[in-house]
Design a protein around this ligand. Structure first.
Ligand code: NAD
Length: 488
């Protein structure tokens, strides 16, 4: 059923509410308002799921599990492949929906849709490669065999910054492994999640195998998805604070968990770097999605010999960035997700300025609208400032000068986060030393575009556990079973 109250977003893939057991939830006393952060326009009002609806989704996923896990991997792969094809066929509409509810420029939204779909394509192929092992036995009368089986019903909670790809990165390996799946999408961006569900239905993925909950009641739904003993695995992408809370909730039923949490990425520029390439990489890493990505640069560390040259190239390039609404083709930076996000960014910048940081550009809200904050560069930043030691999640670039390689390593590792990091250098010895010394799950070396479906994405320390994408990604959705055959 299409949304009836939609204003600017009357599209076939805009749905009315949660997708549970192959049906669309259209009723419900409470409504979930979805707005465009660039304009404040109300896009639609959705039915908001309750804890009882979440229970229904768990029951549906539990009932759908046996047939799905027993389906030959090749047949599951074909259904996933069909889902991928439909997403690609509909990528323009999906990008328009995503950009409208989340704010990112249309071209970026389309890249996300394609990136998200690539996870489905990849894991459709991996479904056919879930191999076991035969282990040489310690005695001749035994044979030792390892098989891998789906963990069972999987629940997930996802954020708003990548409303499509954060869902497919979890759902694709789960479904490929033979698990059924329930996701609670972010209340800020429910429409992209429901559009994915609509296409899964068209692809013929059976009712109950892929369920999407959209709701204002994150806490109540989260309780069901982390505590119900019929669920055997929980996968979360979001902030570290919420991740820690949900991990505790999973403890009582000893669920397997995957956590993709916040980052605090250092971007280190050495004196031997290609400075133009570093500035280009930094602009991509920092300002994509208006600085609202978990892998985006949070702190730039620049070696003193090239500091002035680097700043001289960086600041004009940042000033030239074009901010605007996502549907304007010339826009390079969209709005932040909501006014709270703008206040949080402004507070961190003001804190830094009060502590002695120097403003090189930006540093204020934009006249474009309540959710826009100007691209900002801060110099003279120290580790005591919030912009250094917490995730900024906005278009703000703190710059710190360093002298020695060891200082760069110490500054980079001076955080509990450990997701992405970046080094720009042309010295191969230095590159190896840094790559090994950085306490991060991912290191971009003369490259800031690190995310893709074929490589393992994930963090260390408080940035989380588990990996998404790559040949490793499906392992989080499989159990290892050991068969000991004796008397031979
Ligand atoms: P968030 O933690 O506020 O919310 C994430 C999800 O959790 C949302 O769906 C929200 O409704 C839900 N939620 C919030 N509180 C809850 C509770 N008490 N119980 C149950 N559910 C609850 O994060 P966000 O603001 O949506 O996303 C931004 C964060 O996500 C950043 O920290 C970013 O670094 C992180 N992130 C990490 C990755 C990664 O792969 N490591 C990727 C994208 C985003």
């Amino acid at each position: 059923m299409n949304s009836s109250i939609g204003t600017g977003l009357n599209k076939p893939l805009v749905k009315s509410g949660s997708y549970i057991n192959g049906c669309w939830l259209a009723s419900g006393e409470q409504r979930l308002a979805v707005t465009n952060p660039a304009t404040g326009e109300l896009l639609t009002n959705l039915s908001s799921a309750t804890a009882a609806d979440a229970e229904d989704a768990v029951a549906a996923a539990t009932a759908a599990l046996p047939a799905w896990r027993e389906m030959p991997a090749k047949a599951r792969a074909q259904l996933l492949r069909r889902w991928f094809d439909l997403i690609i066929e509909n990528k323009k509409q999906l990008a328009e929906i995503l950009s409208a509810e989340q704010g990112k420029p249309l071209a970026e939204a389309e890249s996300e849709v394609v990136y998200g779909a690539a996870s489905i394509e990849w894991f459709a192929e991996e479904a056919k490669r879930v191999y076991g092992d035969i282990i040489p036995a310690p005695s001749g009368d035994k044979r030792l065999v390892v098989i891998k089986q789906p963990v069972g019903v999987v629940s997930a909670i996802t954020p708003w910054n990548f409303p499509s790809a954060m869902i497919t990165r979890k759902a694709a390996p789960a479904l490929a492994a033979g698990c059924s799946f329930i996701v609670k999408a972010s209340e800020e961006t429910p429409l992209s999640a429901l559009a994915l569900a609509a296409l899964s239905q068209q692809a013929g993925i059976p009712a109950g195998v892929f369920n999407v909950l959209v709701s204002q009641r994150a806490v109540e739904i989260g309780e069901v998805l982390t505590r119900d003993s019929r669920i055997h695995k929980f996968s979360f992408t979001g902030s570290t604070a919420v991740g820690k809370l949900l991990l505790k909730q999973c403890a009582d039923t000893v669920k397997k968990t995957s956590m993709e949490l916040g980052g605090n990425a250092p971007f280190i520029v050495f004196k031997d770097a290609d400075i133009d390439a570093a500035v280009k990489g930094l602009l991509y890493s920092k300002f994509r999605n208006a600085g609202q990505t978990c892998v985006c640069t949070n702190r730039v560390l620049v070696q003193s010999e090239v500091y002035e040259r680097f700043i001289a190239k960086l600041v004009p390039a940042v000033r030239a960035l074009k901010m605007g609404a996502g549907d304007d083709a010339s826009t390079q930076i969209g709005p932040l997700i909501n006014e709270r996000a703008v206040l949080s960014v402004a507070q961190k910048v003001n804190h830094a300025l009060a502590m002695g940081a120097k403003l090189l550009t930006g540093g204020c809200k934009s006249s474009l609208g309540d959710c826009f904050y100007t691209p900002t560069v801060l110099a003279n930043v120290t580790p005591a400032m919030e912009v250094f030691n917490s995730e900024i999640f906005g278009p703000v670039l703190p710059v710190i000068k360093f002298d020695t390689e060891q200082q760069a390593i110490d500054l980079a590792n001076n955080t509990q986060a450990g997701l992405a990091s970046y080094i720009y250098s042309r010295d191969i010895g230095r590159i190896w030393r840094l790559a090994e010394a950085l306490e991060y799950g991912m290191v971009g070396i003369n490259d800031a575009e690190i995310s893709n479906e074929v490589a393992p994405f994930g963090g260390v320390k408080e940035s989380g556990m588990g990996r998404e994408g790559s040949k490793y990604g499906i392992e989080d959705y499989l159990e290892i079973k050991y068969l000991c055959m004796g008397g031979l």
